[in-house]
Design a protein around this ligand. Structure first.
Ligand code: PRP
Ligand code: URA
Length: 209
């Protein structure tokens, strides 16, 4: 069954609390999402492979380490996933970025696709699917399905906040995928919003409400 990794570092938890607060405006919200994503990116990339690399310091030759040629892809789910891209690119500036556009149908809460542009060689890359919110899990599960259909073999999900329902959905649909989260909240409300959550992540990031 897919593993869920809870990132409970005090700095991340502190920033999440600020993100939740309704007084937090779009500018600060965006900054916090970037900071949290950078900290998550640090943990999520912990298993990147290293290789030896001969260098010369001002004193002598030595063998250093560098991340081996393994390719990385960052896949934000539009719109809200865009808020997490800079945090990841801060750490992995050479990563390619693919976009998957999905919105939730307001009545069925099922994801509707409107855009998909992926790097050509997804089958060779470690892919990080970014979306701050895992609510019903429909969007993240659909994004993983697109990637698998495109040939992706190594996918990790990175969600800031999750509901138990969303975790179960992704685990059931994709038992091979690891999910990284900062917090798992109580449940969904009747509109499929996470309780207590942080509201609508896309609207808060982009000031559209
Ligand atoms: C939000 C959020 C996720 C999705 C999560 O997107 O950013 O993508 O809902 O819900 P789910 O787990 O139930 O699928 P939304 O559809 O509001 O679009 P937006 O990002 O463009 O605002
Ligand atoms: N999408 C959001 O942005 N927030 C939720 O709580 C659920 C879905």
């Amino acid at each position: 069954m897919g593993k869920v990794i809870l990132l409970d570092h005090p700095l991340v938890q502190h920033k999440l609390t600020m993100l939740r607060m309704k007084e937090t405006g779009s500018k600060e919200f965006r900054e916090l999402v970037t900071e949290i994503s950078t900290l998550m990116g640090y943990e999520v990339t912990r298993d990147l492979e290293l290789e030896d690399f001969e260098i010369e310091t001002p004193i002598c030759k030595t063998i250093g380490k560098r991340v081996s040629g393994k390719k990385v892809g960052i896949i934000p789910i539009l719109r809200a996933g865009l808020g997490m891209v800079d945090g990841f690119l801060n750490l992995i500036p050479m990563a390619k970025v693919g976009h998957i556009g999905l919105y939730r149908d307001p009545d069925t809460f099922e994801p509707v696709e409107y855009y998909c542009k992926l790097p050509k060689d997804v089958h060779e890359r470690t892919l990080y699917v970014l979306d701050p919110m895992l609510a019903t899990g429909g969007s993240t599960s659909a994004a993983i399905s697109f990637l698998k259909k495109a040939g992706a073999k190594n996918i990790k999900c990175v969600n800031i906040l999750a509901a138990p329902e969303g975790i179960e959905r992704v685990k059931t649909d994709h038992p091979d995928i690891e999910i990284y989260v900062v917090a798992i909240d109580e449940k969904l409300n009747e509109d499929a919003y996470i309780i207590p959550g942080l509201g609508d992540a896309g609207d808060r990031l982009f000031g559209t409400k």
